[in-house]
Design a protein around this ligand. Sequence first.
Ligand SMILES: [Cu+2]
Length: 484
Amino acid sequence: MMLSLTFLALCLITTVKSQFPPDCSTQKALSERRCCPVFEGSVCGSNSGRGSCRRYQRYDPDPTDMRCNWPYQLYDELCSCYGNYDGADCGDCKPYYHGPTCSEHVPCVRPELRELTAAERKQFTDTLCLAKTTTSTRCVVQNGGTLGDVRTYTFERASEFDCIAAIHASSAMDVKEGGNWTNQDVLHRGPAFCPGHRCLLILFERMLQQVSGNKSMCLPYWDWTKEVNTYTVFTDDLMGRVGIDGRILAPCCFANWRIVCENTTTHSFCRHDPNPTKREFLTRTYTPKKTWPSQVDVDRCISNWQQYDGYPFDERTENCFRPCIEGSMNPFTGKADGNYVHNNVHITCGGAMGYLTRASNDPIFYCHHAQADRICAIWQWKNCITPNDYPTDGVPPCQGLDDSVYPALPRRTMRECMKLPAQLGYSYSDFNRWPAPKCRTPPPPVYNPATRTTRTTTTTTTTTTTTRTTSRKKPGFLLGLLGK
Ligand SMILES: [Cu+2]
């Protein structure tokens, strides 16, 4: 009892720390190129043996987008955390580890939204609303500046929820390479789609646990294939009913939410009205009947397409899994000729969800992406996918296997985030129903929540060799909506 009270107290004090930390966003820190914040009176929590400030100096002299080589492009000195300690100042625990010494491992089994009991529904939505109003003491939002010129960077305080929403918005900014804008961001329309969102969701889930003080709170997934032609999660006790003006109706606590980064473009950091009371309300499209992707679409993505991604690694890619789940490719024909699966859910929800830079303002975004992540994981598992299956040549800048997932601290790479959920500490409530795949080579262990046995997987290899072209059109959906 005492222990759990201590834990609760600890949780209330320590909030999310994995994003741009205030101590590292000052002009002093940026000009000194040093990000070693103090935790409990010592740099990187060194007095309590959590970590130490280390010199890395892995600056890339080529003028690349700072997000590719994050955090080294901005800092030479960073905290290096020991054991299961984590965060910019090592004051956090690695995801799914808890307690004062971060030794308590609590794996998450993510439930489907409708599997939540009435009490769990309330706790989940209450936590989201608490996160929306709790100012983060450990994360600031970058709200201005020219990419590549740190002297122009500006930051502002934000709530725990808004901080993560802003991270996704900033990830949707196109990459600047050699001083020129490319047509691609660091998270979408390329191989970063599965791993990048996977690690973002893990940070979001840890934030929910910290805000609620409940270490077993897991992010629910929204299986939209179960919706048929209506929606059963947009209810008062889950994601909120939608009024004819598109606003969320009371008593759902999202009713008066205003969004952040509403003026962000694909060439800017998060941008919004400086006055929070003047920002736009969270909306969705009001349509009583909607059409959602079907389980058949999902099954086609999983079974028909074994190659992860392929040339030209964007919305034109055909016959691969990544464009299938992301939704620029027809799951049946393999042709890039419309909007399907993940993209279709964004469009069908509408409102904030219909814009790449605004979508992460809607709590349903995280449940939607948990479902997309679940499909990525099932595909990986069934097809014995390893990091060797991740494309190496011709991938968009910042989306390579060893590129950084921005802005996680300490640094995380796509390679780490491509690991199977079981290797990262979480699972989904239906994973125990899958038959073990027949893989050829030695397998990474897969955690089975039902039996707690260890299973095995591995390997099919596909390689793609290509060169990149730069002349092309913007896609017509999500990003296209931004121009309006
Ligand atoms: Cu996204």
